[in-house]
Design a protein around this ligand. Structure first.
Ligand code: MN
Length: 129
């Protein structure tokens, strides 16, 4: 599997299950007001449930993964998929069990705030997908 953008460094915060990497392609800052990160999830890795104060757009560049909004079935994602996530909507995203998953994460309306991390996606929930 050939990567398009730099993989970056392992994410070391407590808001992911499994191993994921982040490379900020466009840093936070007032000049462009449009942070863009390249996120790589190893198979089985996913982020916690969370919300974004200003929303988020995901552009899938490689592999297979999931996106799930609270109260709805998980959506399977593959290369080329685009996900638009409204502000304050509880959701998570990550890889499938058997595939790496890579997406660009664009922070929309960053002036409205950041990401609010919630509980992990449990193994029981994830393994039932
Ligand atoms: Mn998100």
């Amino acid at each position: 599997m050939s990567a398009i953008f730099k993989k970056g460094e392992v994410i070391t915060n407590d808001y992911f299950t499994g191993t994921a990497y982040l490379e900020m392609l466009v840093p936070e800052g007032a000049e462009y007001n449009c942070p863009i990160g390249n996120v790589t999830f190893e198979p089985g890795a996913r982020n916690n449930w969370h919300t974004h104060d200003g929303g988020q757009i995901l552009l899938v560049t490689s592999g297979e993964g999931y996106y799930q909004e609270e109260g709805k079935p998980a959506q399977k994602l593959q290369t080329g998929d685009v996900v638009t996530i409204p502000a304050d909507l509880k959701h998570w995203h990550g890889a499938t069990k058997d595939s790496e998953f890579v997406h660009l994460a664009i922070t929309t309306n960053p002036q409205k705030g950041g990401t609010n991390w919630l509980e992990p996606v449990s193994d029981a929930h994830y393994n039932a997908l």
